[in-house]
Design a protein around this ligand. Structure first.
Ligand code: IPE
Ligand code: IPE
Ligand code: MG
Length: 246
């Protein structure tokens, strides 16, 4: 996608890029409310920012980007908001299939696909299949994702393996659990960014975020820019990660 390549970048040469960034794309509803618009308008605006930021992360050389798009708890929202979100997901996934054929980004979905409509599920699978042999950034889109649900699934998978005699209880270690999460085989996130000013994790990557650096930003997601991403990466560079050591 040549026309996306020339992006301004305010990061200096000596900056260390996080290998894996997670983003809790929050604040769409408040952005719309401030403008007296329906919440769906906020989601539309947030969808555009998602496109810009995922492209930018790929351009600057981020290896893994995980975006939280829809949680297992978000089904509690009014039907018209859910319908608008499903329409947005469908539009994006159709666009990705149609327009991003020569892209290098590997698209993965983390979360339980079961409750989505058949056409949305098919689009998710088509996007995964069509991009799996690429060599660029891995883009995990968390849809109907909840980390507690993810851990419950891992526990069930481990229990089934024990029951079937494939493993012994003593074989269970941290790696074995990690290997049964949606993110199996991927590094843990180094940096998680939450725009919209909320200081909580909202069921996102509970296991994987054991030593992740958090950057909370007082910007609503539809207002988030590539400069804000640069800022978060700079903040990350000033952190002293100790992983329990000294
Ligand atoms: C995040 O924005 C998008 C989803 C959860 C799907 P919100 O819709 O949560 O926006 P706020 O937090 O209400 O402003
Ligand atoms: C987290 O945001 C989920 C996504 C951004 C998809 P929420 O808006 O659902 O989180 P809470 O309700 O403020 O904790
Ligand atoms: Mg929210």
């Amino acid at each position: 996608m040549a026309f996306f390549k020339k992006k301004k970048q305010s990061l200096s040469e000596d900056i260390v890029l996080p290998e894996h960034i997670g983003i809790i794309m929050d604040g769409n509803g408040r952005w719309a409310k401030k403008r007296r618009l329906p919440r769906s308008a906020g989601h539309n605006a947030g969808g555009k920012v998602f496109r810009t930021i995922s492209r930018y992360c790929s351009d600057i050389g981020i290896k893994y980007l995980t975006v939280y798009a829809f949680s297992t708890e978000n089904w509690k929202r009014p039907k018209e908001e859910i319908d608008a979100l499903m329409k947005l997901f469908k539009d994006y996934l159709e666009e990705a299939l149609r327009d991003f054929k020569d892209d290098s980004i590997i698209v993965r979905f983390i979360g339980d696909k079961t409750p989505f409509s058949d056409d949305l599920k098919a689009l998710m699978i088509e996007n995964e299949e069509g991009s799996k042999d690429r060599d660029g950034m891995v883009l995990n889109i968390a849809m109907n994702y909840g980390s507690r649900d993810e851990i419950v699934r891992a526990v069930k998978a481990v229990s089934a393996d024990v029951k079937d005699g494939k493993i012994n209880v003593d074989d269970i270690d941290e790696q074995l659990i990690s290997d049964r999460l949606y993110t199996a085989g991927q590094p843990d996130p180094d940096l998680i960014i939450r725009p919209s000013g909320e200081y909580r994790i909202s069921n996102f990557m509970l296991w994987q975020a054991a030593y992740t650096e958090f950057v909370i930003m007082n910007k609503l997601w539809p207002d988030f820019t590539t400069d804000d991403l640069d800022e978060a990466i700079k903040t990350f560079n000033n952190r002293n990660r100790r992983f329990g050591g000294v």
